[in-house]
Design a protein around this ligand. Sequence first.
Ligand SMILES: *[C@@H]1O[C@H](CO)[C@@H](O)[C@H](O)[C@H]1NC(C)=O
Ligand SMILES: *[C@@H]1O[C@H](CO)[C@@H](O)[C@H](O)[C@H]1NC(C)=O
Ligand SMILES: *[C@@H]1O[C@H](CO)[C@@H](O)[C@H](O)[C@H]1NC(C)=O
Ligand SMILES: *[C@@H]1O[C@H](CO)[C@@H](O)[C@H](O)[C@H]1NC(C)=O
Ligand SMILES: *[C@@H]1O[C@H](CO)[C@@H](O)[C@H](O)[C@H]1NC(C)=O
Ligand SMILES: *[C@@H]1O[C@H](CO)[C@@H](O)[C@H](O)[C@H]1NC(C)=O
Ligand SMILES: *[C@@H]1O[C@H](CO)[C@@H](O)[C@H](O)[C@H]1NC(C)=O
Ligand SMILES: *[C@@H]1O[C@H](CO)[C@@H](O)[C@H](O)[C@H]1NC(C)=O
Ligand SMILES: *[C@@H]1O[C@H](CO)[C@@H](O)[C@H](O)[C@H]1NC(C)=O
Ligand SMILES: *[C@@H]1O[C@H](CO)[C@@H](O)[C@H](O)[C@H]1NC(C)=O
Ligand SMILES: *[C@@H]1O[C@H](CO)[C@@H](O)[C@H](O)[C@H]1NC(C)=O
Ligand SMILES: *[C@@H]1O[C@H](CO)[C@@H](O)[C@H](O)[C@H]1NC(C)=O
Length: 847
Amino acid sequence: MAAMTCLVQLILSLVNFPFFLHAVETDYASAELPNTWRNNDFISRGSVDFVDGSTIRSILLNTSNPANFPAFGCGFYGRKTTNSFYFAVFAVEATSDSTIIESGSPQILWIANRDNPVKDNATLEFTGDGNLVLTDADGMFIWSSNTSDRSVNYMNITGNGTLMLVEFNGLELFSTTVWSSLDYPINTWLPGQTIEEGQRLIASVSASNWTPGQFFLSFANDNLYAFIQSSPPQVYLQVFNEGAESKQFRTGRLELEYTRQTIAARFTSETEKFQFLRLDTDGHLRVYQWDRANASEVADILTDNRGICAYPTVCGKYGICSNGQCSCPVGNNGDTSYFQQLNSSAGCRQATPLSCQSTHLHSFIELPNVSYFSFVAAISDTDIESCKHACLENCSCKAAFFHYNSNNLSGNCSLPSQIFSLMSTSPVLDRYNSTSFIKVQRSTLVPASPASPSPSPPLARKKSIRIELIIGPLVAALIFTFNLIGASVHILRKRGSIEEEGRRKTEDDWEKSLNLATNLPTRFNYEDLRSATENFNKRIGGGGFGSVFEGTLGDGTKIAVKRLDRLGQGRKEFLAEVKTIGSIHHVNLVRLIGFCIGNSNRILVYEHMNNGSLDKWIFHKNPATTLKWEIRKNIILDIAKGLAYLHEDCRMRIAHLDVKPENILLDGSFNAKLSDFGLARPIDRSQSHVITQMRGTRGYLAPEWLSRRITEKVDVYSFGVVILEIVCGRRNLDFSQPDEDDYLLLPVLKQKAEQNQLFDMADNCIEGIQQNAEEVVKMIRIAIWCLQSDYNKRPSMSMVLKVLEGLLTMEPISDYSFLTSTLVEAPAEVVMVPSSPQPASILSGPR
Ligand SMILES: *[C@@H]1O[C@H](CO)[C@@H](O)[C@H](O)[C@H]1NC(C)=O
Ligand SMILES: *[C@@H]1O[C@H](CO)[C@@H](O)[C@H](O)[C@H]1NC(C)=O
Ligand SMILES: *[C@@H]1O[C@H](CO)[C@@H](O)[C@H](O)[C@H]1NC(C)=O
Ligand SMILES: *[C@@H]1O[C@H](CO)[C@@H](O)[C@H](O)[C@H]1NC(C)=O
Ligand SMILES: *[C@@H]1O[C@H](CO)[C@@H](O)[C@H](O)[C@H]1NC(C)=O
Ligand SMILES: *[C@@H]1O[C@H](CO)[C@@H](O)[C@H](O)[C@H]1NC(C)=O
Ligand SMILES: *[C@@H]1O[C@H](CO)[C@@H](O)[C@H](O)[C@H]1NC(C)=O
Ligand SMILES: *[C@@H]1O[C@H](CO)[C@@H](O)[C@H](O)[C@H]1NC(C)=O
Ligand SMILES: *[C@@H]1O[C@H](CO)[C@@H](O)[C@H](O)[C@H]1NC(C)=O
Ligand SMILES: *[C@@H]1O[C@H](CO)[C@@H](O)[C@H](O)[C@H]1NC(C)=O
Ligand SMILES: *[C@@H]1O[C@H](CO)[C@@H](O)[C@H](O)[C@H]1NC(C)=O
Ligand SMILES: *[C@@H]1O[C@H](CO)[C@@H](O)[C@H](O)[C@H]1NC(C)=O
């Protein structure tokens, strides 16, 4: 509010007194020409070193954005360690007085010089004739907006993440946009932005190197496609279905627009939060949502119905992806000599590279039920032998892919000149039969396997005989050399197989320990889960960890299937978690039914909870679904029971670390169960645990998170916040409150507690609340008890439970100064230690 008023005043002052401008220090979202900014910490206005190692030296920053939106800025972005910087538009979290918060992770929305980073002391100049020019430290020209003499006099950073050069006449309140960063897409796509025919979104090489990489998104034949660079580029993803003009996803949509001979696609976000699309370095087109100083993935466009195997680099070159696991092509009779496994991102290497000089040694490895992400028919309605023959005839053809017609042995033939990842197909699920023939070079040292007779034309064979005759005198020397090479190849291969064996052994060990472990939930195979969820179709939730899908098992049991991010945990940690969570059973904890683990799949299967998460039911803004007091009371009791069991009763004592309404699920009868143990950690009396994964949620974090040393009592604090939210019908942290001072609930609570008017806190609209005033006030007091900033004074969950059940009373609290308005942010790393035993003095004993 205050910021808004300020802005209005500012605009008025600009209108009335244009000369006043230089004195206004807070005017930070626009700049007048001429002006020069140097890329170093001393001269730039807001220089911030982020926890992730990047640095921003901001030039402009617009902080007057709606709640759930970041601040947008432009300036130098890069890393001091490598001394490479970009002139970029970014999204960051900032306070209303324009201080950028360094614990966040800045999101880069646009870059001027993506393939030419600059160094320290590079300059950005907004010249007197209205041009924006980036020059490196050594004076080398890097980039310019080419807007000289086009009447530009302002550069602005708008409330939608756009850098604009405008012609602005302050007196007439009239402005024309001459240049906009929206017209020069990099790899992100902002709400409202269109990508037109002729424009490309190009993924970066890696997260820290913004050079254009191999994936791009652009129009062809009136549709938007994703391509991987090769000659010619290969399509791996079609954005709009045939004939469709829009593509809806959970949090927004893409739409085709036809404007004056061109076609464009517009991205529209359908949530109140700031979202953007990004073509990522792995070729996925993902939707990100701004959330607590960072952006997290909320959707992966098109992956859910294509599967992760349909991406060109998922298993590297020539790697075959099957349910997310990678392998190399194997010849007839299990001959593994043609391909060597490199690391999973590099794929497989041909033992003998293909050579156009000796095409008579070309041959095929036949891979039934294997296909390719891109199928462009080079020959339609042909037979399999003609398809193979066409590939052998043309040296730039690297494989023949054949798709059978459904009713006869004819089909279509594709002959690409460069091979990325292959994918296994299932004739039943994918509704087509396909066979792939991978072209390989037979080495003269490896005799052709008799099962795959060389299809090379006789002419070529004759030619090679002639060559052998000519070089006859050299043959003896050559044989000697070949023997040497042969021996070393043999040794290398043997070493490879020993390593392979070692790897297999640890896998086997894990399999063994899995089989021995008791109390382990069911192990599902990926195909079963894929069919149970109808190919991961109905997404019911998700977050930073991955996505949750609804499914039904063969026996009709409804399940919630949580697919974790591919790069999250290692195999060992995942299984440790499954063992831990799988072995605890309590009526107030969501039950883990099973799991699935493959090379890159980490899936958890939970019981399905009909009424979803608690946040949908308690907040005032959903009058249709607000629960009555009696039910709310029972939910609080259920959560307390679940937490008490986790902390104190179960064999493996556990801290949850992310208690919030989203993680409390309700069954058909509104019984509450705690869920989401992704962050949970064992409470180990003999050991502390370093936690670097994701931590807690803003608004629910106890003050000691700041000290980076926490105990299970942080759950008690979060529980206190949840009680308050249930009783008050609003969030603790609620940016939609009309008054800035009321964003947080705790200061309001402090005031009411001091005035002894706690009942004012309760949401009047809750049915039955007036009739139970005494109970309601007691509940708020319990919340206050749990919210004490000294965690030693906070009760244990079992004590809370006893008070809730009326078996104990708590001593009244008279000093409420701990109910402060500080909003705690989670640090990057914390250490979890067990709490010291409860001092008995706080209790007044049974009544
Ligand atoms: C940048 O310029 C300042 C003064 O203009 C100078 O003191 C500093 O050494 C320069 N930094 C580098 C890395 O050249
Ligand atoms: C500016 O003009 C140069 C030369 O005509 C061109 O290479 C460059 O891409 C242009 N820059 C922009 C931002 O349009
Ligand atoms: C650019 O900034 C000026 C000064 O802050 C402002 O008055 C004007 O409306 C802005 N123009 C646009 C297009 O945002
Ligand atoms: C900053 O953002 C606000 C709100 O989104 C917008 O109204 C304002 O015009 C922006 N400032 C400039 C200078 O563009
Ligand atoms: C961004 O904001 C500017 C001015 O505030 C407006 O002219 C432009 O249309 C907006 N762009 C999008 C994509 O919404
Ligand atoms: C920000 O989000 C990204 C991706 O969702 C994640 O990898 C990163 O750890 C997050 N950073 C912080 C500081 O939370
Ligand atoms: C995988 O191999 C490629 C090429 O051999 C190499 O550049 C890359 O760094 C390797 N990646 C990993 C994770 O080892
Ligand atoms: C290909 O898949 C079909 C159907 O799943 C199966 O019957 C057939 O045996 C598979 N072929 C090979 C060679 O694996
Ligand atoms: C083969 O291509 C034709 C024409 O391009 C197409 O109509 C047909 O559906 C394709 N058949 C298969 C099996 O892909
Ligand atoms: C195979 O079936 C397709 C229709 O699916 C037909 O067009 C084609 O002529 C048939 N080919 C042969 C050789 O029978
Ligand atoms: C050989 O194959 C490449 C791509 O696979 C194709 O572009 C080229 O036209 C083919 N050449 C002949 C003579 O068919
Ligand atoms: C294609 O797959 C189906 C189902 O597995 C099978 O019945 C059929 O024989 C296959 N056709 C060919 C040509 O392989």
